[in-house]
Design a protein around this ligand. Structure first.
Ligand code: GLU
Length: 433
């Protein structure tokens, strides 16, 4: 079983989407199921409606989940397993207050040493624990040996017990921490492999430790994806607009282009332009580079143009919210723009009321008048020659006026190439001026 486990705490970041795509691709390759697990146990950080946004985005990208879980619904299992860890003495109750812990953290900071939980409550006897009415968290006991795992991108990783520390698994309010809920759910949902961002590398030994302490011996495979850097070479923060999937979609990037770009990023691929189905045929997580990849919006823009060129008329009509008959015209205008709104704008200029510069007004009127009289020729040359004859215009006066009349622009593509794509609508187009 594979899974994508987003927290509904903000807009989906391209790093999250990349993990969602990679897990999906590998699940398809292995013919295994794919779970969407909304990790909503941190009530303070949850934002209403973000779960729906996540689902909508995945659907747009063609990522279909077989099962949907809300992690908060699993709370009773989290509590039961925390209880078992307490009974088995693999975990302990900690009554230290926030203030006490803050003072110890400050002391470690002042002394220039890394803070670690000092084991105060691990030493309490059962009677001392039972006698206490103070609120408590539950902490894991440290492993007796170093925890190791082999990451399919980073290689073998080793974590010493002191770096795993007595991490908290249940909060004072009896809700599980991320590491605990995630570890238990991956076990209960029979997850076999996890691809996620490298910010989770140090969580993996903790999650493995929890499952080992519960006697679960299925080995879960891991691949942690290097972070995505911005153009300045810094970690792409959630606040940077280009990092938001919603922002990219709203700007007019196609889901298929974003997907293509995210699979291409820091990867060795057999070609540059491909679809999700193509990637399922050859994707190998081991080809992902260990070093961070740089997000290049120019490259994404170029890929977007290529995907517009290969999209079917039906797909273009959905994406551009235009009649299916505009497919060829949309593809044609990739020479002028790469994003949906840029291209849409060029086409709507053709079909909307024109603004005629005064120096061309007279010529435009002549041409417009002539067009209403001529038949619509298949061929631009015949059309043009006929109009020149009827209007007695030539050179710039003729061509610029015709261009303005047809496109509402003074620059643009070759009219001879544009003409076949709009000739059936010519009378309608020139009536709007
Ligand atoms: N909810 C975590 C996140 O969004 C999940 C990480 C994981 O895949 O385990 O970062």
């Amino acid at each position: 079983m594979y899974r994508f486990a987003p927290s509904p705490t903000g807009d989906m970041h391209i790093g999250n989407l990349r993990a969602a795509i990679f897990n999906y691709i590998v699940a398809k390759q292995k013919n295994e199921g794919y779970i969407l697990r909304i990790e909503d146990t941190d009530k303070e950080r949850n934002i209403d409606g973000k779960d729906e946004d996540i689902k909508e985005i995945l659907i747009k990208f063609g990522i279909k989940w077989d099962k949907l879980y809300y992690q908060s619904k699993n709370l009773k299992f989290h509590r039961e397993f925390a209880n078992k860890l307490l009974i088995d003495k693999k975990a302990f109750c900690c009554f230290c207050t926030e203030e006490e812990l803050a003072a110890k953290k400050q002391k470690a900071k002042d002394e220039g040493v890394a803070y670690r939980y000092d084991g105060t409550c691990e030493k309490l006897s059962d009677m001392e624990v039972l006698d206490t009415t103070k609120p408590f968290v539950i902490r894991m006991k440290k492993p007796s040996h170093a925890m190791k795992f082999t990451d399919d991108i980073k290689g073998e990783l080793v974590f010493e017990p002191e770096n795993i520390d007595n991490f908290v698994i249940m909060r004072r309010d009896k809700t599980p921490t991320y590491n605990f809920a995630c570890s238990i759910d991956d076990m209960l949902m029979d997850v076999s492999y996890v691809i996620r961002g490298e910010d989770h590398v140090s969580n993996t030994p903790k999650q493995d430790l929890i499952r080992q302490a519960l006697g679960y011996d299925k080995k879960i495979g891991y691949a942690h994806l290097p972070i995505i850097l911005n153009q300045e070479g810094k970690k792409m923060s959630k606040r940077e607009k280009d990092s938001s999937v919603k922002f990219l979609l709203d700007s007019g990037y196609l889901p298929e282009a974003i997907l293509n770009y995210l699979v291409l990023l820091g990867n060795k691929t057999p070609c540059e332009i491909f679809t999700l189905d193509d990637a399922i045929k050859w994707f190998d997580i081991k080809n992902i580079s260990k070093s961070p990849a740089k997000f290049d919006i120019e490259k994404l823009t170029q890929i977007n143009r290529e995907h517009i060129k290969i999209a079917s008329n039906k797909r273009l009509s959905e994406l551009f919210e235009m009649d299916i008959k505009f497919g060829d015209l949309i593809r044609f205008y990739t020479q002028e723009g790469s994003l949906i709104p840029e291209i849409k704008n060029k086409i709507s200029q053709i079909y909307s009321k024109k603004t005629i510069p005064s120096e061309y007004k007279e010529y435009v009127d002549l041409i417009k008048n002539a067009i209403s009289k001529v038949e619509i020729y298949e061929n631009f040359n015949e059309f043009k020659q006929n109009l020149m004859k009827l209007t007695n215009l030539k050179g710039k006066n003729f061509f610029m006026s015709l261009r303005i009349l047809l496109t509402n622009q003074t620059h643009g593509p070759e009219l001879s190439e544009l003409y076949p794509l709009i000739k059936d609508d010519i009378k309608e187009i020139v009536s709007k001026c």
